[in-house]
Design a binder for this molecule. Sequence first.
Ligand SMILES: Cc1cc2nc3c(=O)[nH]c(=O)nc-3n(C[C@H](O)[C@H](O)[C@H](O)COP(=O)(O)O)c2cc1C
Length: 179
Amino acid sequence: MVKKKIKILGISGSLRPDSSASAVLGIVSKLFPANVDFKIYTGIGEIPAFDDSKEIPFPVAGFIKQIEEADGVFFCIPEYAFGVPGALKNALDWTVSGTAFSDKPVALITAASQGQKAHAALLNTLTALGTKINEDATLLISFIRSKLDENKEVVDIATLEAIKKLVESFIKSVEICGV
Ligand SMILES: Cc1cc2nc3c(=O)[nH]c(=O)nc-3n(C[C@H](O)[C@H](O)[C@H](O)COP(=O)(O)O)c2cc1C
C-alpha cells in the first residue's frame, strides 16, 4: 500500500530578501523525511489589510485554501519592534472567523535578535485560532545572526540539533493527528 504524503505548508514571517527566518525555514525544509511534501507559501506580502470584508479577496482565499489543504503549518518568524511582523499578523487576522486553522498542527520557530515577545505573541494568536500546538514544536532562537554563516547555514551545533528535534517531534504529532 502506498502511504499518503504528509503535506506541510511553511510560512516565513519575513519579507526581507536576506531574511534569517526564511533561511531557517530553508534549513527546516531539508530535514523533513521523504514522506513529507513541503511547500513554502510566499504570498504574505500580497494579502490586503484586514477589513472584515464579507467578499474574501482573491489572495486571502488562496492563502486559506493552502492552509486547509495542509496537514500541518510550519511558521518561522523574526521579531520586529517587539512584535509579530505586521504582514503575517494581518494575514492571520483574515483566518480568525473561519476554521482553516482549527485543530491544525502547527510548529513555530522564532529566529531574531531576542525574539521572546514575538514568540509569545504568535503562540497566543495560534491558540486563538484553535491550532494544535505542542511545546515540543516551538523553538526560540535568539542571536540568530551569530548562529548562521554567510551562506545562511546554521553553524551553532546546539541550535541545529534543536531544530532537528523539533522537526522530528512535529512530524510525529502530525502523523498522530491521522494523516
Ligand atoms: C525593523 C526591525 C525591527 C526589529 N526589531 C526587533 C525586536 O524588537 N526584537 C528583536 O529581537 N529583534 C528585532 N530586530 C532584529 C531581527 O529580529 C533580526 O535582525 C532578524 O534576523 C530579522 O529577521 P529576518 O532577517 O528574517 O527579517 C528587528 C529588525 C528589524 C529589521
